[in-house]
Design a protein around this ligand. Structure first.
Ligand SMILES: [Zn+2]
Ligand SMILES: [Zn+2]
Length: 274
């Protein structure tokens, strides 16, 4: 049997059991702690990242923010000895169980994509029946983060270098790119405005954005556009291209490496001459 399935059942079951024991009032407090913790973590991440421009520092700030708020509120609730009797009536405990179920599912949703990226557990997660609905929801999460323009710590890792694109092993966490906003970026092959098609699952638990050029049909995860290449790899595609070799996307292949055509609109926004 796939080991991931019983692990999900166990985790959700434990969450239900814990909240039924705590009662409805404390279960509601737990939901509030989680939401406020995430908000606190996100604010800490945005603040530290905007000051330091260091992704790792931002990630640490995020973890400290979440842990601080969650633990601080727990200490406050304990100090106030908040545990009203209505929350411990049997009907209220049923409600607490439902909240526990929701919390258990949320935790699974966070853990599964992480587990799916670790070398030891990636295959098991990809093949798990219970994990499938969670993994299928991940592209929607990326889309929502783009719509809200949330500056979340990266939801998925991607290679730091263009040469490593599409390799399953070499990835590193980095600041998130809002790919939806790259809609209309300039195709490196024909200089038309590309269309953002959304986020899609690629191999295993990995998710990539996909762009398509309506003129020449070129597809990519954004790297086959001038603006996208700059945003993802911090260099101009004109500089990254090696003599004699063209560029192609490592995620959505075109089987058609090309040299970027003409001036880069990022480096020379007005097409100005040198
Ligand atoms: Zn094109
Ligand atoms: Zn690419």
């Amino acid at each position: 049997m796939n080991p991931v399935d019983p692990a999900i059942v166990l985790l959700v079951g434990l969450a239900v059991f814990a909240e039924v024991r705590r009662g409805l009032a404390l279960a509601l407090v737990d939901v509030g702690r989680l939401v406020l913790g995430l908000v606190g973590g996100m604010l800490a991440y945005m603040l530290v990242f905007s000051l330091s421009h260091d992704y790792l520092a931002g990630l640490i700030a995020f973890s400290v923010g979440v842990t601080g708020v969650v633990a601080g509120l727990a200490a406050l609730v304990r100090a106030l000895e908040f545990n009203p009797g209505w929350g411990r009536r049997w009907i209220a405990r049923v409600g607490a169980g439902v909240i526990g179920l929701g919390l258990g599912l949320c935790i699974s949703f966070v853990i599964l994509p992480v587990l799916g990226r670790l070398p030891g557990s990636s295959d098991a997660v990809a093949q798990s029946r219970l994990a499938r609905p969670f993994l299928e929801a991940v592209p929607k999460l990326h889309h929502a983060a783009d719509v809200l323009n949330l500056d979340l710590p990266q939801l998925s890792s991607r290679p730091a270098l263009f040469e490593e694109e599409g390799s399953r092993t070499i990835t590193e966490l980095g600041p998130r790119v809002n790919f939806m906003r790259l809609d209309g970026a300039m195709c490196i092959e024909c200089r038309s405005a590309v269309k953002f098609e959304g986020y899609f699952r690629t191999a295993g638990v990995r998710v990539s954005p996909r762009f398509r050029c309506p003129n020449c049909g070129r597809v990519s995860d954004g790297c086959q556009t001038f603006e996208g290449f700059h945003a993802m790899y911090g260099v101009c595609p004109q500089e990254a291209v090696r003599p004699g070799f063209g560029l192609d996307c490592g995620v959505w292949s075109n089987d058609r490496p090309v040299l970027p055509l003409g001036d880069c609109p990022v480096d020379r926004p007005n097409g100005s001459e040198e």
